[in-house]
Design a protein around this ligand. Structure first.
Ligand SMILES: NC(=O)c1ccc[n+]([C@@H]2O[C@H](COP(=O)([O-])OP(=O)(O)OC[C@H]3O[C@@H](n4cnc5c(N)ncnc54)[C@H](OP(=O)(O)O)[C@@H]3O)[C@@H](O)[C@H]2O)c1
Length: 123
């Protein structure tokens, strides 16, 4: 794999920190950012993954081998996007979870998506 990201010590005061250098900039696409990176065995969650930038971010993560969860309000739209991403990347580990970021119950349920069912009662 070609080394695209390098890590150099910052200096004496912050020896524990490292500057991350990347060839990517404002005009870089998600595919360019992910180029040469193997995300096999990694999990990614993309909020807003059923439209706009979220779709292409999720697609790039899936193309790099990650298991991707689209965290969306509209799960029907999410399912359509997941199928499209699987078709275009060959990665069938693209899932959909319901998430509305203005609904605390919905947010609390997200971790349970990974470990089991969620049955919080709305108060
Ligand atoms: N910094 C920059 O240069 C730059 C450039 C472009 C965009 N952006 C930002 O990047 C973000 C995405 O842009 P975009 O063009 O992809 O916008 P978009 O197509 O409108 O997508 C926004 C996504 O957020 C979701 N969303 C909105 N409210 C939500 C909520 N309460 N809970 C869960 N999901 C919610 C929407 O879901 P629904 O489909 O259900 O509505 C939609 O999927 C925006 O915040 C935009 O301002 C920044």
């Amino acid at each position: 794999m070609k080394e695209r990201h390098s890590s150099k010590p910052l200096g004496s005061t912050e020896e524990a920190l490292h500057r991350i250098e990347t060839p990517c900039g404002f005009s870089s696409t998600a595919d360019e950012v992910a180029e040469g990176i193997d995300l096999s065995g990694k999990r990614a969650m993309v909020t807003g993954g059923s439209s706009g930038l979220g779709i292409e971010t999720a697609r790039s993560l899936a193309a790099a081998g990650a298991e991707v969860t689209l965290a969306v309000r509209n799960t029907d739209a999410g399912a359509r996007v997941a199928a499209d991403i699987t078709a275009s990347t060959g990665n069938d580990r693209v899932r959909v979870a319901r998430l509305d970021l203005v609904d605390r119950t919905s947010i609390w349920c997200v971790p349970y998506f990974f470990v089991g069912s969620c049955h919080f009662r709305r108060l």
